[in-house]
Design a binder for this molecule. Structure first.
Ligand SMILES: [Cu+2]
Length: 325
């Protein structure tokens, strides 16, 4: 399910309990937006600030799902069908980050907002509302045990964007669950975008934000179901029950997919029966290829499943299967 809950049009009102949201209080977020709007000359009209509603209340059900704060976003431009122009919004957000980070940024030539024909919102991604809107976000499992001020400090240190940089996150459709803690290299998947500098007729990849050695980078991301470890979708199986799993590679690269704790056979490639009658623990999945494997879990435990290219796994292309007795 989507990590975003669209709230703007729902007419929900009520105050958020600011003590238990890790995001800045609404008034401070609005102040930050005013400041950024002035600095970047975005041209958001004073009227638009004046009619801003209070952030909505987080319901117990939202909390149960992990949402722990409301964040103010802005959708720039118009995509022609009533939604904001997602690529323009991305471009402006990245420009803002670059300005704020003062040259401590790095951009892969593969992701170029100056070439909007190379970037698109993935199919099925919800359109971005135009203008201001509130959305609930959650900070992810790895931040659960931190205090509010610790998480805020971490966001500031890792992204350099902190609260007023949230428009960058609006671009990314991220919910912070994908900030990496491992080696203190936080990644944010721009999980709702596809990039393809050579045209979309063939392959495409997903861009990703990361922070390493205080440099904020924009490059290519590697995800599983567009989510990053440790927030990726996890699978649960029962001991001895046969399973069929399909790895579907939508990217332009090869990914050797590896499962710990089970051995499997390749049953199908691109939906066609495969003649590969041997047992293995890794299968190379080619660009745009889909590979279906079959196995019987024989060892109880929680087993890692990941791309065996180290930097892909490190960037978050990893999850677990839980084999229960
Ligand atoms: Cu890989």
């Amino acid at each position: 399910m989507s990590a975003f809950v669209w709230l703007q049009k729902l007419g929900l009102t009520g105050r958020l309990n600011e003590k238990d949201t890790v995001f800045l209080p609404a008034s401070e977020q609005i102040k930050a937006w005013r400041k950024a709007n002035h600095k970047m000359e975005w041209g958001i009209l004073p009227d638009e600030f004046d009619v801003l509603e209070d952030p909505p209340l987080i319901s117990p059900e939202d909390r149960r799902q992990g949402f722990n704060g409301a964040v103010l976003f802005y959708g720039f431009g118009d995509d022609g069908s009533g939604s904001a122009d997602a690529v323009l919004s991305g471009k402006l957000a990245w420009e803002y980050a670059c300005k704020r980070r003062n040259r401590k940024t790095w951009q892969c030539e593969y992701v170029d907002f100056q070439r909007p024909e190379d970037i698109r919102l993935r199919s099925g991604a919800p359109g971005r509302p135009r203008g201001f809107y509130w959305a609930f976000l959650h900070t992810g499992e790895r931040n659960i045990h931190l205090t509010v001020s610790q998480v805020r400090k971490k966001l500031e240190t890792n992204t350099g964007c902190a609260s007023e940089g949230f428009q960058l996150l609006a671009v990314s459709h991220t919910h912070f669950t994908n900030l990496m803690t491992a080696r203190k290299m936080p990644f944010m998947a721009l999980a709702d975008y596809d990039v393809a500098p050579h045209g979309f007729n063939d392959f495409y990849d997903a861009p990703q934000l990361f922070c390493s050695n205080h440099v904020l980078g924009l490059g290519i991301g590697w995800t599983m179901n567009r989510k990053l470890w440790p927030d990726a979708d996890k699978a649960a199986y029962r001991l001895g029950e046969p399973q069929k799993v399909t790895f579907k590679n939508s990217s332009s690269r090869l990914h050797p997919m590896h499962i710990h704790g089970v051995f499997f056979r390749v049953l199908e490639r691109n939906g066609k029966k495969a003649a590969e009658p041997f047992t293995r623990d890794t299968v190379l999945v080619g660009p745009r290829e889909s590979v279906t494997i079959g196995f019987v879990p024989e060892h109880p435990g929680i087993w890692l499943t990941h791309c065996h290219i180290q930097e892909h796994a490190e960037a978050g292309m990893m999850t677990t299967i839980d084999v229960a007795n």
